[in-house]
Design a binder for this molecule. Structure first.
Ligand SMILES: [Zn+2]
Ligand SMILES: [Zn+2]
Length: 152
């Protein structure tokens, strides 16, 4: 796997941007998470791990789109207005299941879904650039705590 900071360096150079230390911190934290996160979670983690740095949520918001464009991050899905992200490096495409109770995220991939989508796009003459699916529900642990349905 290539060094994410090197990749971002190249991106910055070709876009005439400055690679600030703050942006390196954001990249470091993202690749430490090794999973799915939203901006609020990322912000809290950075505040905890770098308490002496005054990194604002705004600068995270401004950096994320560049990391997506640089191919480092992928927006997995949007849940109640919050985008969920994960590393795009070395990962194959997959879909997500999210537990609405404990927040656990599971992954799956299905060649059949991909084939169906390709056929739909062909039929509708649609040029797809990205696809994502999120299934909301209860994970197996949380199902145990669901109130039982009344017997009718
Ligand atoms: Zn759960
Ligand atoms: Zn994922």
């Amino acid at each position: 796997m290539k060094d994410p900071k090197e990749i971002f360096n190249c991106y910055c150079k070709s876009h005439g941007m400055r690679c600030t230390p703050e942006r390196y911190i954001i990249i470091d934290e993202i690749f430490r998470i090794r999973g799915h996160f939203n901006i609020d979670e990322l912000y809290l983690r950075i505040r905890k791990d770098y308490p002496h740095k005054k990194l604002s949520k705004g600068s995270i918001y401004r950096t994320i789109p560049h990391l997506v464009k640089a191919g480092l991050l992928r927006e997995c899905f949007i849940d109640q207005g919050h985008s969920c992200y994960e590393s795009a490096l070395g990962a194959h495409h997959h879909e997500h299941l999210k537990c609405v109770r404990c927040g656990k995220i599971l992954e799956f991939s299905s060649p059949r879904i991909n084939t169906i989508e390709k056929n739909i796009c062909k039929k509708l003459k649609f040029h797809m650039i990205e696809h994502s699916h999120v299934l909301l529900g209860y994970c197996v642990d949380c199902q145990a705590d669901l109130p039982k349905k009344g017997v009718s």
